[in-house]
Design a protein around this ligand. Structure first.
Ligand code: GLA
Length: 337
């Protein structure tokens, strides 16, 4: 009997560049993701792919350095194998409906699909998410937070997921019936292993040297930071943490107009204080905001290109490259076929 493992991508509604500082995030799973079909057994994990070139051939005994192996996508597979340490191998195929480099967590979906196929403990999604987060850092050197892997594992249909990235407590937030999410692509490819992500994280850590943990700080506290760049970075993180709780409660109460304003404020903060937006993203957000039925829009994920998330009335007509639309999708699953 064969297996099918599925791991969704995600769109982050609000709370970007907060997870690696122990902050708050509110992502949801989308209906695009990565599927692995195959059979367990043997001493190797061998995966082909209809989207990526080459074959991932990873011995269960592990590889010396996952970051050094070819083809490049196999680095994620090697790092997950090393973290999960399965007893049995796997021979199968990877099929993904997620566009890579779009800010929809395609690498996390690949990691979670591999971990799920290899039987990682899904009863405790935090443990599996941590293993996949470590794998990402080992595979490509990106010091990412835990949001993408955790929402892919723990999402529940119809619900956004509030994650406290300090305590790793999860709270499922009902998504309103009379709303829909649309994800539009800016046309700009985003490459996370570029240095900008690590640079932002280092700036936040430098701000913490001045005022202590950003998670405990208020937007007022950051005003004492002399360096204007560090002050802006810290202001984004502290105001964004506040917006996560505000959006979670606006969604729970069905206050969609207010939810839209929070998305606008988050976009402005990503653009002006964290400086991870681009002219193409700003223009897209500006255009889509004027469309009747749209409550709000913002850049989603790490920024530097990729996608815009739009909150709108169901069936709102949006012109432009729509990548996905719908309501929160379920998280990872494993079945026999
Ligand atoms: C990427 C990382 C996440 C998170 C976002 C920005 O998606 O993988 O951990 O930091 O960027 O919010």
């Amino acid at each position: 009997m064969g297996l099918r493992a599925w791991a969704p991508g995600r769109v982050n509604l609000i709370g970007d560049h907060t997870d690696y500082m122990g902050g708050l995030v509110l992502p949801m799973a989308i209906g695009l993701g990565t599927e692995i079909t195959g059979d367990r057994g043997g001493n190797w994990v061998m995966l082909g792919s209809d989207g990526f070139d080459g074959v991932a051939e990873i011995p269960l005994a592990g590889v010396a350095d996952p970051a050094a192996i070819e083809p490049p996508w196999a680095r994620y597979v090697a790092a997950v194998v090393d973290e999960v340490r399965p007893r049995d191998g796997l021979v199968g195929m990877v099929h993904s409906t997620l566009p890579a480099g779009s800010g929809l967590a395609s690498s996390a979906a690949l990691e979670v699909a591999v971990a799920t196929a290899l039987g990682a403990d899904r009863v405790n999604p935090v443990r599996a998410a941590r293993a996949c987060q470590r794998a990402e850092e080992r595979a490509v050197g990106v010091p990412c937070g835990i949001m993408d892997q955790l929402v892919s594992l723990a999402a529940v249909e119809g619900m956004a997921l509030r994650i406290d990235c300090d305590t790793l407590q999860l709270e499922h937030v009902a998504f309103p019936d009379d709303a829909e999410i649309v994800v539009i692509h800016s046309g700009q490819h985003r490459e996370l292993s570029g240095s900008a992500y690590a640079e932002r994280r280092a700036e936040c850590e430098a701000a913490e040297q001045v005022i202590g943990r950003l998670r405990e700080a208020s937007p007022l506290d950051v005003e004492v930071i002399d360096d204007p760049v560090l002050r802006r970075r810290a202001r984004h993180v502290t105001t964004e943490n506040e917006r996560v709780d505000a959006l979670a409660s606006a969604l729970a109460k069905g206050q969609l107009g207010y939810a839209g304003e929070l998305l606008a404020a988050s976009h402005a903060s990503m653009r002006d204080d964290f400086e991870v937006s681009t002219p193409a993203l700003d223009q897209l957000v500006g255009t889509v905001r004027g469309v009747p039925g749209v409550y709000g829009a913002r850049v989603t994920g790490a920024g530097f290109g990729g996608c815009v998330v739009v909150l709108c009335k169901p069936k709102t007509r949006i012109n432009g490259p729509v990548v996905w639309r719908g309501r929160p999708a379920p998280g990872a699953s494993l079945s026999t076929i």
